[in-house]
Write a protein that binds this ligand. Structure first.
Ligand SMILES: C[S@@+](CC[C@H](N)C(=O)[O-])C[C@H]1O[C@@H](n2cnc3c(N)ncnc32)[C@H](O)[C@@H]1O
Length: 265
């Protein structure tokens, strides 16, 4: 599908065509005849002025998105990961993206994982990155263009109402997103809806372990900054209710967890 828009230059026509079949923003027709990639280089599905929590607002300025891009990997070292490459390897071992897969990278931010999944699924695969922050998405657009990859479509959308069709993705990753969502149970329901049977879901999140010694300060951070340290037992049970089983989890540095689960038939 050629939209004739110069900003779609970095996306292959077949990726656009496949993405158009998977995108279902509220109010769009069932089979959109065209996919409009805006001047910023991503697909817009949110009305202007959509409300944001404190932590969502904090990551939606040019400055904070720039700082995040520069400082993220150093900060993550405090949470027990040696490097981005080590983190990527650990998540990829669970997600197992393969040639031709269709991957959702939710809360894709500045696109660090998005481009890595796109390399692994190859030119016939497709990666859709969804994020709430325009500033982060703009950085992702730059990263994607610099990568030369043509199998990525970036979408400005809300995890609570994913602008995506049912039963679409074989692999779903959400790095650093679960703790930012005001209603994670609803987001998990959405992830279940858009996943195909036997899909794999990986996520990394600030977390609260059972009998966590830091539970009180973590709950204060939640009340004060809408930074949810996700209780891991709750997450396991909630995922099971939404049809995800084989829950696995490793907690690093006392507060950051890497998790995976598989969608049942
Ligand atoms: C900590 S960043 C993670 C970025 C990247 N995945 C990484 O691991 O470095 C969290 C991202 O979640 C996004 N986010 C927060 N609330 C969201 C929502 N309701 N829907 C989609 N994305 C959301 C933020 O805009 C931000 O880019």
């Amino acid at each position: 599908m050629d939209t004739g828009n110069p900003d779609t230059d970095g996306i292959s026509p077949s990726a656009l065509e496949r993405a158009a079949r998977l995108l279902r923003p509220v109010g769009w027709p069932d089979q959109p005849s065209d996919l409009v990639v805006g001047a910023d280089g991503f697909v817009e599905t949110l009305p202007p002025g959509t409300p944001q929590t404190f932590s969502q607002r904090a990551l939606d300025t040019r400055f904070t998105a720039w700082v995040y891009d520069r400082a993220r990997d150093r900060v993550l070292r405090v949470a027990g990961m040696k490097s981005f490459e080590a983190e990527l390897t650990a998540i990829a071992e669970r997600l197992r993206p393969a040639c031709d897969d269709v991957v959702l990278d939710l809360a894709c931010g500045h696109g660090n994982f998005t481009v890595e999944w796109a390399r692994r699924v190859g030119p016939e695969g497709l990666v859709i990155g969804v994020d709430y922050s325009v500033s982060m998405l703009r950085r992702a657009v730059t990263r994607v263009r610099e990568s030369g990859l043509t199998n990525i479509v970036l979408v400005h959308g809300d995890a609570h109402h994913l602008p995506l069709a049912d039963c679409s993705f074989q692999r779903v990753n959400c790095s650093g997103g679960f703790h930012a969502f005001p209603d994670l149970a609803q987001v998990l329901g959405e992830l279940s809806r858009v996943s195909i049977p036997r899909a794999t879901l990986t996520a990394s999140t600030f977390a609260e372990a059972p009998h966590d010694k830091l539970a009180r300060p973590k709950r204060w951070l939640n009340r004060r900054f809408a930074l949810h340290f996700v209780p891991l037992l709750w997450l396991r049970d909630e995922l099971a209710q939404k049809g995800f089983h084989d829950f696995e989890c490793s907690l690093r540095g006392g507060g950051f967890a890497y998790t995976s689960a598989n969608r049942s038939y």
